[in-house]
Write a new protein. Structure first.
Length: 451
């Protein structure tokens, strides 16, 4: 990066940022209190609140949201008459999955091969640290030129909508001229990227029952209807022969226009095994950013270890459907339920239940904030031009904020580039990306203030 006081300040603050990220990663803040203690999430929330107070934020509050979790809010006043920018991140994380599979403990930030490993390092505790770094750099170089609001969500990964409902009930709280969502990432390390579309998501639980109880497969198998086999057939109906998602009545809009995703690069990023083909048709960008995608997240059935020779009386699954901009998530949920019910064979009893959803999002890239960010990215990433990309994941809060504050400009940046392996084993963050994006955010706030 070029010589610039903000650049130099962020570089000098990086060791402190690492120490703080280590403290934050240590909290097992998974917002599923059946698996992880509520005290871990509360501890992370209090850590964020203390960090905001230390930066002279006012009105710092730990908010009890309707889903039983907590979000953290703070307000840092800027010059009189300045614009207001809302900075978002979330402190809750995905479960670590198989802790034994991690190279280093998931809740212990560990440096290895130039990256920092730990659950939440990139998604999205690192995003909180990014916001703090940017603000500190500005305070050390003339001050923060805008009013800043920070909101740190406590249940984003669970999709239970606590902050969305709270914002709807308190619409004045998060009002801003521009909103920076620090929960996406660059297309690849070193390529500055803003995310302009997000797929929405719906979750549906399906239960199939065929018998009053399990039966001996030798005595009854062949005639007794197997609920697990019925479920397998239902789930298979959600995909065409080439693997494309097929939900009756659900048709995607036209393909992706923007940054393309090279197929070989995608295979490397996704760690597809040699000889295994990709699914679907069209470009990779079409498939992951502009089309629906179904995923079976889990199946309740007997594990292989300890299985008995039985015909199963009941089986259930949790199905996720990602939907692109232009598709209403609530309507997609109804279509998914209807599909599952219509494709259940043998007259088996089927029940479907929606358990969560979030709408897709499309940003307005013609806004002044996008130009301010593009200019900032040029400094933070010398020789590179800011790119526009989609993201297959969902951030339901985006649509809530867009509907509550239709005049606000919304930008999505963050630390979750492909090497970060968010939601997977050995999640990590690139310290260079943290440094550059913190510079970009700081310079964006300065550009936006004067633009």
């Amino acid at each position: 990066m070029s010589s610039n006081p903000v650049v130099e300040t962020v570089a000098a603050l990086l060791p402190r940022a690492k120490a703080e990220l280590a403290e934050l990663v240590a909290f097992k803040s998974v917002a599923d209190f059946a698996q992880f203690p509520r005290s871990e999430s509360e501890g992370a929330a209090n850590w964020v609140a203390d960090a905001l107070r230390a930066e002279d934020f006012r009105d710092v509050a730990v908010l009890d949201t309707p889903d039983g979790t907590q979000s953290v809010y703070g307000y840092l006043p800027g010059p009189e008459g300045a614009k207001t920018v809302l900075l978002y991140a979330h402190y809750d994380v995905q479960p670590p999955l198989d802790e034994a599979a991690w190279t280093s403990p998931p809740f212990e930030l560990t440096e290895r091969n130039g990256r920092w490993y730990g659950r939440g390092a990139a998604d999205c505790k690192g995003g909180l640290i990014m916001h703090l770094l940017a603000l500190r750099a500005l305070k050390a170089n003339g001050g923060v030129p805008v009013h800043v609001k920070v909101i740190a969500e406590g249940s984003e990964e669970m999709g239970t909508g606590g902050l969305e409902r709270y914002a709807e009930q308190h619409p004045d709280l998060l009002t801003a001229d521009t909103i920076v969502i620090g929960d996406t990432g660059n297309f690849r390390v070193g390529l500055p990227t803003v995310t302009t579309t997000l797929r929405g998501m719906t979750l549906v639980r399906v239960q199939i029952d065929t018998l009053q109880g399990n039966l001996h497969s030798g005595q009854f198998g062949g005639a007794a209807p197997d609920a697990l086999a019925a479920l397998i057939r239902v789930l298979d109906s959600l995909r065409a022969e080439d693997g494309s998602t097929t939900v009756d009545g659900l048709t995607p809009e036209s393909g992706w226009e923007g940054l393309e995703y090279d197929e070989e690069q995608f295979r490397k990023d996704a760690k597809v095994l040699d000889g295994v083909g990709l699914i679907g048709d069209g470009s990779v960008a079409d498939r992951i950013w502009a089309r629906p995608a179904v995923t079976v997240l889990g199946i309740d059935c007997p594990p292989v270890v300890g299985a008995t020779p039985s015909v199963q009386a009941g089986a259930r699954a949790l199905v996720s459907l990602r939907v692109p901009p232009g598709v209403d998530a609530a309507e997609a949920s109804k279509l998914l339920q209807a599909h599952l019910e219509a494709h259940t064979p043998w007259g088996a009893r089927v029940r479907t239940e929606p358990v969560g959803q979030g709408q897709p999002f499309r940003a307005d890239t013609t806004s002044p904030a996008y130009q301010a960010m593009a200019d900032a990215m040029k400094v933070a990433y010398p020789g590179e031009t800011m790119q526009y990309a989609g993201q297959g994941g969902s951030i339901p809060l985006c649509n809530t904020l867009a509907s509550l504050y239709p005049q606000a400009e919304i930008l999505l940046i963050g630390l979750s580039e492909p090497e970060a392996q968010i939601h997977a084993v050995d999640e990590s963050v690139s310290p260079e990306e943290l440094e550059r994006l913190s510079v970009a955010e700081a310079l964006f706030l300065r550009n936006y203030a004067t633009g």
